[in-house]
Design a protein around this ligand. Structure first.
Ligand SMILES: Cc1cc2nc3c(=O)[nH]c(=O)nc-3n(C[C@H](O)[C@H](O)[C@H](O)COP(=O)(O)OP(=O)(O)OC[C@H]3O[C@@H](n4cnc5c(N)ncnc54)[C@H](O)[C@@H]3O)c2cc1C
Length: 421
């Protein structure tokens, strides 16, 4: 009898697990995902800033697994797990499993601030990135029509909350957009009134990275004109005003939220299996505590058993990829009657792009910055893209865009049905 593995979530963890088991006749695999495509979050900020197309970093699941005879795709959103019945309920039907793998990642964490959740612009999914892209372009248009000086700052200011790699990369890209594009294409806007703020509650940008990376990010962004506010956090967002913890406020229509994440909610697993950051507590083999045959991998899980990471692994692509592969290998070991291998994270380093031709790279024993770091960043971000065609297309697009400084995809598009009006 084939074992039915149900994988919920086709991000880095989910698809790497499936790729390692595809065409293995002992398993039947069903991938459940609310979207019909896999996407690459590290480059999503380039979609949000109209630099690249969403299709550059996304790939349809059905195409990805069209050659894999034992893999099916089910479009749906997980609603509830029923461990006793070994089934899950999705918004598009009920599915049963022998092994369930939860790989749904995280969502934005607004830390209970209702107004921020309602009005800030998160950037975790392709839809959110496209919404942000439309919002920025629409606000540029409104700013170019605006004659009311009191309103000008609110329209032209942009606030990014979160000085991690995503916030830093986005700030660099937006600052360069102002320099290369806004000056040329929006002559009506008085750019002297525009300010780009980057805010973080911690004392430095890129806090988990090396001192070299922190210093380089700060200096480069400051030179690009970004106003960096550290040791301060967003407390509220009312009437177009971002309220800060030190009492200051900034007028803006655009508060971009890259401040934190929380595990996607899973109904049906024991409450005691849910740990800090709503991550599912797993053992060294990624099995969810106090369950049988339910596993969690990637950002959604919290593994406290590896000595080097007593507080759990960082929520990074490499952790998700390696956990997906290790769990797949363990499923094979179960079938072969072999001893299982605990997960051990192989840290390959981290990096962030700060501006054109400037990035920072932290390898486990060595850090570097500048043009070589920038080339390394480009290369490393092309390799894991799904599909050879996507890699080539993105490489060519980047070459053209970095030379011209001017992508031509700044289109404000709202898909809607023609109602005849
Ligand atoms: C903007 C951004 C930039 C980043 N930059 C970097 C970087 O430079 N380097 C790095 O290492 N990491 C980076 N990360 C983190 C990295 O993307 C994550 O660690 C990684 O994606 C985690 O993989 P995952 O498979 O656990 O989850 P994800 O990649 O988040 O995939 C989750 C999948 O589950 C699906 N899903 C969610 N909920 C449901 C549901 N209820 N039902 C069905 N399907 C569902 C989603 O559609 C998605 O396909 C970044 C993240 C973001 C958001």
């Amino acid at each position: 009898m084939k074992k039915h593995i149900l994988v919920v979530g086709g991000g880095f963890a989910g698809i790497n697990l499936i790729k390692s088991l595809k065409n293995d006749k002992r398993f039947k695999i069903t991938l459940v995902d609310q979207n019909n495509y896999h996407f690459f979050p590290p480059l999503i900020y380039q979609v949000a800033t109209s630099f690249i197309e969403a299709s550059n970093i996304s790939y349809p699941f059905r195409k990805l697994f069209s050659e894999s005879k034992n893999v099916n795709y089910h479009m749906g959103k997980l609603v509830q797990v029923y461990p006793d019945k070994k089934t899950i309920e999705t918004d598009t039907g009920t599915l049963s499993y022998d092994y369930l793998v939860l790989a749904m990642g995280t969502e934005s964490n607004f830390f209970g601030m209702e107004n921020v959740q309602k009005c800030a612009l998160p950037m975790k999914t392709i839809e959110e990135a496209l919404y942000l892209r439309n919002h920025i372009l629409l606000t540029f248009e409104e700013a170019s029509r605006n004659k009311d000086m009191e309103k000008a700052e609110r329209l032209q200011n942009i606030v990014i909350a979160g000085g991690g790699p995503t916030g830093v990369e986005l700030a660099g890209m937006l600052a360069e957009m102002g320099k290369y594009i806004a000056q040329k294409e929006y002559p009506e806007i008085k750019l002297g009134l525009s300010h780009l703020y980057l805010i973080d509650a911690l004392p430095s940008l890129l806090s988990p990275m090396s001192d070299l990376a922190k210093k380089t990010a700060y200096q480069t962004l400051e030179e690009l004109g970004v106003k960096i506010l550290l040791n301060v956090s967003v407390k509220d967002y009312v009437d177009g005003k971002v309220i800060l913890s030190d009492g200051r406020s900034i007028e803006t229509e655009t508060l971009i939220w890259t401040s934190g994440v929380i595990g996607r909610e899973v109904h049906g697993v024991p409450e005691t299996s849910i740990g800090k950051g709503r991550r599912l507590l797993v053992d060294a083999y990624n099995k969810v505590e106090e369950t049988t045959n339910i596993y969690a991998v990637g950002d959604l899980c919290l593994m406290l058993s590896e000595e080097k990471y007593p507080k759990g692994h960082p929520q990074l692509a490499q952790v998700a990829i390696q956990q997906g592969k290790n769990l797949a290998a363990n499923f094979k070991r179960i079938e072969d009657g072999k001893v299982l291998e605990p997960f051990r994270y192989n840290d390959k380093g981290s990096m962030a792009i700060i501006s054109k031709y400037n990035a920072v790279v932290d390898l486990p024993k060595y850090s570097f910055k500048g043009f070589i770091a920038w080339l390394t960043w480009l290369f490393i971000h092309i390799i894991p893209l799904v599909g050879f065609g996507s890699k080539i297309r993105l490489a060519l697009d980047w070459l053209r865009l970095f030379i011209t400084n001017n992508p031509s995809i700044r289109l404000i598009l709202f898909p809607k049905r023609n109602t005849g009006n």
